[in-house]
Structures are given as structure tokens and as C-alpha cells.
Design a protein around this ligand. Structure first.
Ligand code: ATP
Length: 440
């Protein structure tokens, strides 16, 4: 196995691979780009969708106590007053008096500007919500916000979901969707952007059971990243101290990942108590309590929130999977992504472009497309085709050669071990499904 690249250039190499291979592009690149927004290319959109689907399935399909919703991005502006975002969703902003650079004061490690050593202005609070106007008139009364979190869409729909789903407490509501934050210092590629996607689940519990469910979800969510294929040594918990807790939280843990730029938050697990539902109840007059018809008790449920960033999880998967190694005197770059999330699961190659091999390979490719996202390639030497697939994380390649027409077998080549073996072409879909652990 080869050496890992030096810590500091891993991100550069990954960003370059993401562009070259069609994972992530800078938004509006031909206009000079917007560095806080990113576009997903053909590989990126598949990877991101696979992560989203894996989260969604583990939250909804695999459980009978969580329902899904998809709320609108634009909500009643009063929601954000009630939630505390209009007054409190702020970061302290400082400017360098000399070079005019802007920083988030709470993340600075020095008293002077890290760019030029200049003096800072006094910090002022900067609200992170994007504003726009609803309707033709641009005045104060028509201001609406792009949601800075998906959670509020869940709280305001809690009664709407409770009724039709016939759920009882404890139960949860899951949602995946875009969120927007006018971050002071976006950066580190897709780690922090101004437009991103969240995967949030709010679990409604009896107040006396908050600790139990908080511990349960902490463990569940950590294990989810392991199931996603993330190496355990790259994950850790960080408990929020009293000064770090958000205005709504009684207890909070972050799941952190070891990025090349340090241990950083990947997901937050929060005990939000009855803060949100009580505030919405007070503001609207709508009774958001729950009546337990067995115990005859009426109460406002506590909420245990699991809040993950989809783009940040995607970056985590890429960083965790990226490796450069030397095998048989040859350099290769591999994305060792779990087959569950790999953008292309199977590549199909004719060994050479003659002797009827492309026709057989095309047929096998079309059959496999019914089961997996596949890729067909007949250009250049087969070794180079393998390397190209390694770089985008394709776990299996299937090669059709001269023997195929004699005994209807093909060669499977595995990405990580580079092991090769023959299987009957009629069994391919089943063998590959089993190998990927996807369930046939
Ligand atoms: P941070 O301290 O990094 O600003 P936060 O504590 O404000 O994050 P939460 O409000 O708990 O984050 O959001 C939940 C999750 O949403 C985060 O763990 C992260 O994965 C994701 N997230 C938050 N802000 C961004 C962003 N600007 N870009 C990408 N993902 C984000």
C-alpha cells in the first residue's frame, strides 16, 4: 500500500478530482464562480442521492415510528420570529480595519487579522437568514425568509402528521431539503456553503423520557455513519458545554469527523425540550399538546432532534474514501466508497472491440441496468478502464472476453482487492447484488 498524501493537500486533490470526474463544480463558474454555492455534476448527483436515500430508508422504510414530510422552503415570516431566528440567529462579525477582510469573531484564534495583522472593528451581530419579498411589493410587510433549517417545517406540521398517520408518542418526523444561511465565512469546499441540504428528524417524546431517547438517537446516528462505510477512527462525539448550547437546547452532542482541516461537526443531536412547540402554541393559540388516551395525560412533547448536513456527509464520504496507493509498481487513486452509495455500481467492458465482444457486453450492460446504475466503456486498454472506475469509486467491473462466447462466463474485478474471478453471465445480477449487500 502506498503513502497517504500529506495532510494539507488532500483537500486540493479531492477538489480537483471532484471537478475532473464530474462530482462537484463551482456555481456559475464561467462568470468567475460563487464560492459559497456548488453544483453537483453527474457523479455528485448520484452520490448525493444515494446518501439521501440511505438516510431516508433508514429513517422511514426501516421503522414504523417515523413519518416523512416535505415542507415548503418559504414559510410564514412569523415562524422565524417565534423560533428565535429573527432575533437570535446571528454570528458576531468583525472587519479588519486595514485589509477589510471579514471574519466570524467566535472562530478566530488571533486578536489581529490573520491575513495582514491589522486591527479588528468591534464585533457586530449579523443575522444569517436570507431575506426576500413575497408578491410584487418590496416593503417590510412582504419580507419572507429562505429557511435556515428544515426543522420548523416539521414543528408547524406536527398536528397535521399526527392525525392521518395515527402515530402516538413516541414518534418522529423526517425531512430532507434545502436550507440557506448567509454564512460570514463559507469555505472548505462543500463543508460550509450558503445553500445546502439538511437531513433532519424530530422525535417527539414524553418529557420524562427525554434522556432515554437522547441516548438512543446518539447511538443510532453514530452507527448510521458506520453503516455508510465511514471508518470508526474518523468519527467522534463532542458534547456541548453550557456556553456552546443553542438557545433552544437542554443537551447537545455533535458527531464529528476528522476532516483534513480538523475535527468538525457533521451532525447535531439536540434535546430541544418543549421550546419550539410551546413557543408556536403561544404565538398561534393552536393547542399543540398531545393527549395520551391511555394515561389520560395531556402534555407538550419534548423533541429530540437529529440534524445532519447532506453535503457535509457527502464530503465526509469522499474524504474518508479517498486514497492514493502504489500497487504492482503502478500508482492508483481510489475512492473506496461503500457500494451502497457508489455513484456507479458496475462498469461493463468488452476486453477488445472485436470478435463480437462489444455486442455481448452491450447486452449484459442493458440487463444489469435494470438493477444498478452501470457504465459501459470500450475505449483504451482494459487496465486503464479499471483505473478510471477506481477513481469514481465503482466497486465492480465486469469484463467480457474470448471465453465468454465459449462458456457464457465473464470476469468480475473488485475495486479494493483487485481480485478477479469468473462467474456465469446469467448469475451476474444476483452475484453482484449479494456482494454489494443490497438485497436482491
Ligand atoms: P456550524 O457550527 O458548523 O455553523 P451549526 O451548529 O450551526 O453548524 P446546525 O444548525 O446544528 O449547525 O445544523 C445541522 C447540520 O447542518 C450541521 O451539522 C451541518 O452538517 C449542516 N450545516 C449547517 N450549516 C451548514 C452550512 N453552512 N453548509 C453546509 N452544511 C451545513
Amino acid at each position: 500500500m502506498g503513502k497517504k498524501p500529506a495532510k494539507d493537500d488532500t483537500m486540493e486533490q479531492l477538489v480537483s478530482l471532484c471537478k475532473r470526474k464530474g462530482f462537484v463544480f463551482q456555481s456559475s463558474e464561467i462568470y468567475g464562480g460563487v464560492n459559497s454555492c456548488w453544483d453537483m455534476g453527474p457523479m455528485g448527483v448520484e452520490l448525493k442521492r444515494n446518501i439521501r436515500d440511505f438516510w431516508w430508508k433508514s429513517m422511514t422504510q426501516a421503522r414504523d415510528d417515523i413519518e416523512g414530510i416535505d415542507a415548503a422552503i418559504l414559510m410564514h415570516p412569523q415562524v422565524w420570529v417565534t423560533s428565535g431566528h429573527v432575533d437570535g440567529f446571528t454570528d458576531p462579525l468583525v472587519d479588519c480595519k486595514k485589509c477589510k477582510s471579514r471574519f466570524r469573531a467566535d472562530t478566530l484564534e488571533t486578536e489581529v487579522c490573520p491575513n495582514c495583522g491589522g486591527e479588528f472593528t468591534e464585533p457586530r451581530q449579523f443575522n444569517l437568514m436570507f431575506k426576500t419579498f413575497m408578491g410584487p411589493v418590496e416593503d417590510k410587510a412582504s419580507v419572507v425568509y429562505l429557511r435556515p433549517e428544515t426543522a420548523q417545517g416539521i414543528y408547524v406540521n406536527y398536528l397535521n402528521v399526527l392525525g392521518p398517520s395515527r402515530q402516538k408518542i413516541p414518534f418522529g418526523i423526517a425531512q430532507v431539503g434545502k436550507a440557506f444561511r448567509n454564512e460570514i465565512s463559507p469555505g472548505n469546499f462543500i463543508f460550509r456553503s450558503r445553500e445546502f441540504e439538511q437531513m433532519e428528524m424530530q422525535f417527539f417524546v414524553h418529557p420524562s423520557e427525554d434522556r432515554k431517547w437522547f441516548d438512543y438517537w446518539k447511538e443510532q446516528r453514530f452507527n448510521w455513519y458506520l453503516a455508510l462505510g465511514i471508518k470508526e477512527e474518523n468519527l467522534q462525539f463532542h458534547e456541548h458545554g453550557p456556553n456552546e448550547l443553542a438557545h433552544y437546547a437542554k443537551a447537545a452532542y455533535d458527531i464529528e469527523f476528522k476532516f483534513p482541516f480538523g475535527w468538525k461537526e457533521l451532525e447535531g443531536i439536540h434535546n430541544r425540550t418543549d421550546f419550539d412547540l410551546s413557543r408556536h402554541k403561544e404565538a398561534t393559540g393552536v393547542d399543540l399538546s398531545f393527549f395520551d388516551d391511555q394515561t389520560k395525560e395531556r402534555y407538550i412533547p419534548y423533541i429530540i432532534e437529529t440534524s445532519a448536513g447532506l453535503d457535509r456527509t457527502m464530503l465526509t464520504c469522499l474524504v474518508d474514501a479517498y486514497r492514493k496507493e502504489i500497487v504492482r509498481d503502478d500508482k492508483r487513486v481510489v475512492l473506496g466508497l461503500s457500494p451502497i452509495i457508489a455513484p456507479i455500481k458496475v462498469a461493463v467492458f468488452p476486453l477488445v472491440k472485436k470478435d463480437g465482444m462489444p455486442e455481448v457486453a452491450r447486452k449484459i450492460y442493458t440487463d444489469l441496468q435494470k438493477h444498478f446504475k452501470c457504465f459501459y466503456d470500450e475505449k483504451s486498454a482494459v487496465g486503464r478502464r479499471y483505473r478510471r472506475m477506481d477513481e469514481v469509486g465503482t466497486p465492480f467491473c465486469v469484463t467480457i472476453d474470448g471465453q465468454t462466447s465459449e462458456d457464457q462466463t465473464v470476469t468480475i474485478r473488485e475495486r479494493d482487492s483487485m481480485e478477479q474471478y469468473r462467474v456465469a453471465s446469467g448469475q451476474l445480477a444476483q452475484v453482484l447484488t449479494e456482494k454489494m449487500g443490497l438485497g436482491f
